[in-house]
Design a protein around this ligand. Structure first.
Ligand code: UDP
Length: 335
């Protein structure tokens, strides 16, 4: 049985991916520093899959501890989620973002080099494209300088991985996520936002739950059908499946080049108001909202051309926006 290290495996996308990996028969070891995750997710994962993943509480900035981990574990493949991810916070604390997201990655790559692990999947983001000139966005779209230090750490991460794979002959897949939404159908795992949510869906669910008074819709004057910005909302369980397919591709040497990039989105753009209404209709509940000023750094629209992932990974998103809104609400009610 192949042993997969999932860094950030107790986080939002990480925990869903651990479930999908275990369901596919992989042995999973998690590293998480619990900076934005809860240790009880280990048991929550186990209650879904009936298998308790091994868990190491390690800060990836601690190279000695990372090396110790690799000495103790023979790892066949790595899925590297662990990173800070709040765009606004990254503008205020750029050094913390560069240190955490880049030093953590470097220490993992040193571990791969020194302890002979050949395969890594990197959590990247559609933020690397910035406001693309044409929709939908495919993988050949030229990258733009990201607006935030967070986005820059993702772009730099991809560049570091390119040099790493060339120098040490390692296999790398960068998965560029669009907007992850939804929760596991069991309601045992989901997104746990830290404090006031930055992202749309947790803000919507907290407003519906009465925790927030109203949702601010950032911008009502975009050049879109209802004036609100367009994104591609992809269910977290579909994302998790893509990681399982991607790591299998590397383990089976089915990759076409040492370094590959895949967009993970549904291929459909939805406006903020369409998402709010999808949530309201799915759950038969009203969401108070007010149209406000545009948020600094936001782009008008981003949605994926996902045909490369369909063709190469044999991946198809299966879960509709309505279903994601149902699971997101079930999860909110359970926490
Ligand atoms: N958004 C909003 N109100 C919120 C949070 C987000 O109107 O409280 C909008 C945001 O302007 C963007 C979309 O929802 O158009 C998705 O934002 P999110 O922060 O979830 O993800 P991003 O696309 O910025 O990574």
């Amino acid at each position: 049985m192949n042993k997969i290290l999932v860094t950030g495996g107790l986080g939002y996308i990480g925990s869903h991916t651990v479930v999908a990996l275990q369901n596919a028969g992989y042995e999973v070891v998690i590293i998480d520093d619990l900076s934005n995750a809860n240790v009880d997710f280990v048991d929550r994962i186990a209650s879904i899959t009936n298998v308790k993943p091994s868990f190491y509480e390690i800060d990836l900035k601690n190279q000695e501890k990372v090396n110790q981990f690799f000495r103790e574990n023979k790892i066949d493949g790595i899925i590297h989620f662990a990173a800070h991810k709040a765009v606004g916070e990254s503008v205020e604390k750029p050094l913390m973002y560069y240190r955490n997201n880049l030093v953590g990655l470097l220490n993992i790559l040193d571990g791969m080099k020194d302890f002979n692990t050949d395969n890594i999947i990197f959590s990247s983001s559609c933020t690397v494209y910035g406001q693309a000139d044409k929709m939908p966005i495919d993988e050949n779209t030229s990258l733009k300088k990201p607006e935030s230090p967070y986005g820059k750490t993702k772009q730099m991460g991809e560049e570091i991985l390119e040099d790493f794979s060339n120098a040490f002959n390692k296999k790398v897949i960068c998965l560029r996520y669009f907007n992850p939404v939804g929760a596991h159908s069991s309601s045992k795992i989901g997104e746990l936002p830290n404090g006031i949510p930055n992202n749309l869906i947790p803000y919507v669910t907290q407003t519906a739950a009465g925790i927030r008074e109203y949702l601010s819709v950032f911008g009502g004057d975009y050049p879109t059908k209802d004036g609100t910005a367009i994104r591609d909302y992809i269910d977290v369980n579909d994302l998790a499946d893509a990681h399982v397919l991607a790591i299998a591709r590397l383990l089976e040497n089915k990759n076409k080049t040492k370094l590959e990039f895949f967009n993970l989105g549904t291929g459909t753009g939805s406006t903020v108001l369409e998402v709010v209404h999808a949530f309201e209709n799915a759950n038969n509940i009203k969401v108070n909202y007010q149209i406000k000023e545009r948020r600094l750094g936001d782009i008008v629209e981003a949605y994926a051309n996902n045909s490369l992932a369909a063709q190469e990974l044999n991946w198809q998103p299966k879960i509709s926006l309505t279903e994601s809104m149902l699971t997101a609400w079930e999860w909110q009610k359970s926490i």
